[in-house]
Ligand binder design. Structure first.
Ligand code: NAP
Length: 584
């Protein structure tokens, strides 16, 4: 007779599923810092559907997703599930695991009770029409991240998974190592192998951002396995050895360069030239590391905003920049000339499908993928592990926590198929990466547009604008415009045609850009129409102030010409907005 509840570390007889289980739970009333949000409780062991499997969890991987789940932002995962009809008022997280199959649904054929498995975190509805037609489950509207978007993840004695998530556990790894690599390694696999003719090939060069990080350490090994050469980007020379032992040909310290960030304006001759100088010396460094003048066929991207301009520039003609995150920001700037003229591809990628996760796992089973586990925690330390992540005090690499395994180091049942060095990160390695965006959040779509609520106090542009326009003609010279600016102590002059229509604005920024690469005399002779920001930097006096602010910030402008029946009547400046929203 099976007991009703087993203590942690006391493994139930194979196949006997107790009614209750120990688990770490997050509840809505304690959303907040992980050390408070995660609490130990005893709950009912979940039942399984026909295509599902119940796994006795030996160890679980730690990922940032469950820091977000504990905080309850940006999504309250419990409320989201309740809205979808699921009754549980708690969340059991955990999107990586190793364990033993204890029960299978009647349609399950790929695993049986007693199998030692690792799980990937991609779930989808097998009856979804897209999936039934043979479509990639990663594009299915039913796709969910197990243990973040779904309940009954791996932070409990038993976890409920779909059979397709189960993959054989590498016999040479212990439980905690086996629980640590799947999420990052499968993501890196799809990024490098999932994109048809742009996918990585033998002989290719790959540039890998964050080579010593979770994804990057996997990408270096995946590139090595296919016979490609990789160059790893890191933030210090102390990480070179780590990346080289994983298989990188060489490394670059990103702190040797300072051209990172959004692209300068393309009209900014001097700024653009400086950026080009920086990015070209970065390209030359790649050649130096490779020992030949070759550009990367594939760039493995996740920092995003600060590195995308360089990644696109250095990528080989016809090559691909593949991106799965925007850790430094989401507004990637692209000089389209390099994208279209050199026919490069900027490809988004997210986690991996069942086939890709299993292809990745073949590498792990063959002993050719070091899990790069940097720290393992006890069951009691699960909230602490998440708190360290939350506070950015955790080491790089992959982390895991014991669940059913009573001690560290258990579970390996065979020698490694091939000998492998296990590189270690530099002593005192400090994590400095900004908090990443959750792996899956409902991004607003066309269908959501009607449901979005916008907080607004109803102020109109006319309530705040400065009435009256100081203008010039399109044929006035920049010298004349400068005099108008100085005489009236204003920051911008509106360019009006003979019919009183505003054609554009010459701002101080436009004047400065006009001077770039020209002598003062050459700049003074330019015409207002040649340097102005044309056309649409205007808004109607009856526009909501909030909409005008969106116009200003999206276009990174400081003022708008205010029109009434298409005739200019005033100016709204950022100064006016600041006065209104902050007060003065
Ligand atoms: P990680 O272990 O924290 O590694 C990120 C690496 O980025 C760090 O090692 C750091 O290396 C580098 N980095 C930090 N700031 C940088 C900057 N300003 N410029 C260039 N490099 C910088 O994280 P990870 O597990 O590899 O994940 C990386 C991102 O991918 C995260 O945002 C994560 O949420 C996301 N992700 C997405 C998916 C998906 O399916 N979409 C799956 C997994 C992860 P150095 O300081 O040494 O350069």
């Amino acid at each position: 007779m099976s007991k009703q509840l087993y203590e942690l570390g006391e493994q139930p007889p194979l196949g006997q599923v107790p009614e209750k289980m120990h688990a770490w739970l997050v509840r809505q009333e304690r959303f907040g810092k992980p050390t408070e949000a995660f609490q130990k409780e005893v709950v009912n062991t979940p039942s399984i559907a026909d295509d599902e499997v119940l796994v006795y969890v030996m160890a679980a991987g730690i990922n940032y997703n469950n820091v977000w789940a504990a905080l309850g932002i940006p999504v309250n995962v419990i409320a989201a599930r309740n809205k979808g009809g699921e009754p549980e008022d708690f969340h059991i997280g955990g999107s990586d695991a190793s364990g033993i199959v204890y029960a299978v649904g009647k349609d399950v054929a790929n695993v049986k009770v007693g199998d030692e498995v690792v799980m990937h975190c991609g779930q989808y509805n097998r009856n979804c029409s897209w999936v039934k037609k043979g479509g990639d489950p990663m594009y299915s509207p039913s796709f969910k991240i197990w243990g973040y978007e779904t309940n009954y993840g791996s932070f409990a004695q038993f976890s409920r998974v779909q059979a397709q998530q189960c993959m054989p556990k590498p016999k040479h790894m212990n439980w905690e190592e086996a629980a640590s690599y799947t999420l990052v390694a499968a993501t890196a696999w799809r990024m490098l192998h999932g994109w048809g003719e742009s996918s990585i090939k033998k002989g290719d060069v790959a540039l890998i951002w964050g080579g010593a990080g979770g994804l990057g350490s996997m990408a270096i090994q995946i590139a090595k396995a296919v016979g490609a050469t990789s160059v790893a980007m890191v933030s210090g020379e102390d990480k070179f050895d780590y990346c080289m032992k994983l298989g990188a040909k060489g490394c670059i310290n990103r702190n040797e360069f300072d051209h990172w960030g959004m692209l300068p304006h393309w009209k900014d001759n001097a700024g653009y030239a400086k950026w080009l100088k920086g990015v070209r010396s970065f390209g030359a460094k790649i050649w130096e590391v490779l020992g030949e003048k070759r550009a990367p066929n594939i760039v493995f991207e996740h920092p995003g905003e600060s590195t995308i301009p360089s990644s696109i520039f250095v990528c080989e003609t016809g090559g691909m920049v593949v991106v799965c995150a925007g850790t430094t920001g989401y507004n990637a700037t692209v000089d389209l000339r390099y994208l279209w003229m050199r026919q490069k591809r900027l490809q988004g990628s997210h986690f991996a499908n069942t086939v890709q996760a299993n292809e990745m796992n073949q590498l792990a089973l063959a002993g050719k993928l070091d899990p790069c586990m940097s720290r393992a925690f006890t069951y009691e330390e699960l909230p602490l592990a998440h708190q360290l992540m939350h506070d950015n005090k955790h080491p790089h690499g992959n982390m895991s926590v014991l669940i059913g395994a009573p001690q560290f180091g258990l579970g390996a049942s065979a020698p490694a198929p091939v000998e492998m060095v296990h590189p270690t990160l530099p002593k005192g390695d400090v994590h400095t990466t900004p908090a990443p965006y959750p792996m899956s959040v409902p991004l607003p779509s066309i269908a959501d547009a009607g449901g979005l609520t916008i907080a607004d106090d109803g102020s109109k542009v006319r309530d705040l604008m400065h009435a009256g326009i100081i203008s010039c003609t399109p044929d006035d010279t920049v010298g004349t415009v400068a005099k108008i600016m100085v005489d009236h102590e204003i920051h911008a002059v509106v360019v009006m045609d003979g019919q009183g229509t505003a054609l554009g604005v010459v701002s101080q920024t436009d004047m400065v850009l006009a001077r770039q690469g020209r002598t003062p005399e050459e700049a003074r002779q330019l015409k207002a129409r040649e340097v102005m920001t044309p056309g649409c930097a205007s808004c109607d006096a009856d526009m909501l102030l909030s909409e005008a602010v969106t116009l200003l910030t999206a276009r990174r402008m400081h003022r708008l010409v205010v029109t009434e029946r298409e005739k200019p009547i005033g100016v709204l400046s950022m100064t006016d907005v600041v006065r209104k929203i902050i007060g003065s």
